[in-house]
Ligand binder design. Sequence first.
Ligand code: E4P
Length: 219
Amino acid sequence: MKIFLDTSNLAMINTWLQTGLIDGITTNPSTLSKEGGDPKKLVLAICAALGSRDVSIEVTKQSAQDVYKQALEIAALAPNVVVKVPCHPTYFPVIQRLVKEGVAVNVTLVFSLLQGMMMSKLGVRYISPFVGRLDDIDVDGSELLCEMRSMIDHYEFDTQILAASIRHVRHFHDAVSFGADVVTLPVEVLEKATQHPLTEQGIAKFNADWHKLGITQFP
Ligand code: E4P
């Protein structure tokens, strides 16, 4: 199970890299815009910080021709770049071409099993179902993860399921339990998931009991 951070904040990325838990990063135009400054410099710094681990960077152009050209430019930024392309029919020929040319592609904004199946057929590295945004429209986003797992296993596609748009710890739990290959987490969700009140209480109790012994040197 791979854990990606869903952020463009370099300070947060560097902090969490120290935990040994982070296998990659997903950025998008919204998170890059939130950081401000020069997005090219920022993505280059993120790629360098991640070493050989994947960094997804999304195209921002609109026409198929421009998206193809931009995707190649993005892919050339660093060896660990994965190009994010929206799951829209306009870009299907582009996605097919990029895959054939050896570009790692993460198809983003995936909301249905059929979109996921079609993109897996094209051989992309990742499909990104947006769990939280489906929940927003009263569709069970976690159920889609489950259906995608069965579909990929049944047809023996090589594509990995990257659970995205994760809003809370329950979504993280579902991504693990339904067999997503990767989950990309906002920092707040990862932080919450690392904590458990019974662990805190347990540490406090062991500490209190230990101090009853009154010794200062052990072992
Ligand atoms: C990740 O690849 C996506 O861009 C991200 O998870 C979207 O999350 P949001 O729906 O919270 O914007």
